[in-house]
Design a protein around this ligand. Structure first.
Ligand code: TNX
Length: 544
């Protein structure tokens, strides 16, 4: 049934190993290559962080490391320019490799010896990733004067280029400060893509100057549904508490800059043609019926979507994207595409006329026409699109990437058609699902998704050819927030599953090891505690 994990029930018993220096090394995600050394590097009041002179990025990374050391060790190392060709004993060196190494954009080498620490990479991104590993070598609680780093040699690089976490800020709104905190969480897990779900039926969350009603009207709803997942509309089922909020373009820029400083790409999602009721509440003329509409107070899939027969729809969406795209340096823009019922299009004269004039077979091809038109526009601005796997129906737009959420099948089909794919199957990485039996967990959607199942996720399907496998660019976990209205609840849902995801998308498959992960998680929990982050203690519960 839903609860029961054969992996947990029949997996090898993990025997306690004797305590060695190796055991104090608990890095998540597990690095590609790691060899424990002997002894340790002592952090003292005199410890300095040396960075390549005049490299602003390395200097910034050095400052971050210095603050992290302060938290763990009580002393705050000074960040100073390195003298070329000279390495002082007792120094922590952050440096770029010359000539550029084979480690790629995000790879790094870290050598911790009793005499010095050297973190080297081809790019500052790599140094940033390595810095996250150094953070995890530090004691989890303030160890004061005795703080040290265990000796270790690491050569590391990520398995996938897209290592994503999604956050739905539409079903419930979350503040700029919390979004930044979420980005910090991604960074410490060496994740590099933040998928920001900005528009949906229950709220439009991004300021668009040309269409002020999107946020004046679309960002607010009169109440939320209390109780189980249902489309029931009885007034008594709503809390009648006005809920909402949105981000100004200035705030969006601030978040994007914050993420950029942490080498995280923010991918905005603007949903079309479905999940559009909040937009239609402000601009009902973009629907097939003309409305009127209210921002939805409940969850689910709604029949009223953008009208594909109406030229105004395309003008509107192009205008919206024209304001959105300059805010996000990301080369890729998410255009949604999921769960768009064809009910209205079937009876809409303009949509039917469009099907005729464009020689389309049916409404699925009409959605494909819709997406292809939007793709052309996005491509003309030098960017590309990604959409949920429904965009395969009726024919994939020529340059579109696919986010496969209804299992892996959509992703497999897209890879075979030579389109890039991000795997986010509900079965393994929908972290809005419960971490234990429903009776002991907060109300949620979707069933049981234990940590072991997230950990067992394999983004690249085995039955693809080597050539097809190249199109699987990564994996992502999604957090939909129908039932998640507080920051603490978001943290509860993402932790510890974010750690499992990190290991899925960063660590080579050969180095993944569930018993080792479980043991390293004991230290990771202490880090969560030190950060004040909420997490599900139920996550390791074994159910059979
Ligand atoms: C399906 S995943 C949706 C979301 C819901 C989610 C709940 C996807 C592309 N669409 O609108 O929030 O299920 O798990």
């Amino acid at each position: 049934g839903l609860i029961g994990s054969t992996m947990l029930a029949t997996g090898p018993a993990y025997s306690q190993q004797p305590i060695t220096s190796q055991q104090t090394i608990a890095i998540i995600p597990q690095p590609a290559r790691l060899t424990a050394g002997s002894g340790s590097f002592a952090i003292t009041a005199g410890t300095k962080i040396y960075v390549d002179a005049k490299n602003a990025e390395l200097n910034r990374i050095g400052q971050t490391l210095s603050q992290e050391i302060k938290k763990a060790a009580g002393v705050q190392p000074q960040v100073v320019p390195a003298v070329p060709g000279k390495r002082a004993t007792g120094g922590i060196y952050l440096t770029l490799l010359e000539p550029v190494d084979t480690l790629g954009t995000e790879g790094y080498k870290l050598s911790v010896q009793p005499t010095q620490v050297v973190l080297a990479a081809s790019k500052p991104q790599g140094v940033f990733m390595g810095m996250q590993s150094i953070r995890q070598l530090l004691p989890t609680q303030g160890a004061g004067a005795t703080a040290s780093l265990p000796a270790v040699e690491i050569v590391d690089e990520p398995r996938y280029e897209w290592r994503g976490m999604h956050l739905d800020v539409c079903r419930h709104f979350f503040s700029v400060d919390f979004v930044k905190k979420y980005i910090d969480y991604l960074a410490m897990h060496k994740l590099n893509t933040f998928h920001w779900h900005l528009t949906d039926d229950q709220g439009w969350r991004i300021e668009i100057k040309k269409y002020p009603k999107l946020t004046e009207i679309g960002a607010w709803r009169d109440g939320s549904l209390i109780g189980r997942y249902t489309n029931a509309k009885a007034d008594s089922q709503y809390d009648n508490i006005r809920h909402g909020g949105f981000y100004t373009q200035e705030q969006i820029k601030e978040v994007v800059k914050y993420a950029q400083d942490r080498y995280i790409t923010v991918v905005p999602e603007i949903e079309m043609p479905g999940h559009a009721v909040a937009a239609l509440a402000g601009y009902p003329e973009l629907s097939c019926t003309g409305g009127p509409f209210k921002v939805e107070r409940t969850w689910g899939v709604f029949d009223d979507i953008f009208c594909a027969g109406n030229e105004q729809t395309f003008t509107f969406l192009q205008d919206v994207l024209s304001e959105v795209m300059p805010l996000f340096p990301s080369k890729i823009i998410h255009i949604g595409g999921d769960e768009a019922p064809k009910t209205r299009w079937k009876t809409c004269p303009k949509c039917q006329a469009r099907i005729k004039t464009e020689h389309l077979k049916d409404e699925h091809e009409l959605q494909s026409y819709f997406v292809q038109r939007m793709e052309k526009f996005v491509n003309s601005k030098g960017k590309t699109i990604i959409g949920w796997d429904e965009i395969l129906e009726g024919g994939l737009a020529p340059n579109a990437a696919v986010m496969s959420w209804r299992g892996m099948e959509g992703g497999i089909a897209a890879a075979k058609q030579k389109h890039n794919v991000v795997m986010t199957p509900g079965s393994h990485v929908y972290i809005d699902y419960a971490q234990d039996v429903a009776s002991v967990e907060p109300l949620s959607i979707g069933g049981y998704l234990p940590l072991s199942k997230v950990y067992s996720f394999e983004p690249t399907p085995k039955d693809l050819t080597a050539e097809e496998k190249k199109y699987i660019i990564g994996g992502q976990a999604n957090l939909w927030t129908e039932y998640i209205g507080t920051e603490k609840h978001v943290e509860y849902m993402v932790f510890p599953r974010m750690s499992a995801l990190a290991e899925v998308v960063w660590t080579p498959a050969s180095e993944k090891n569930w018993p080792s992960f479980k043991e390293r998680m004991q230290t990771q929990y202490q880090r969560y505690e030190a950060m004040g982050a909420n997490y599900a203690r139920s996550a390791f519960t074994v159910r059979q």
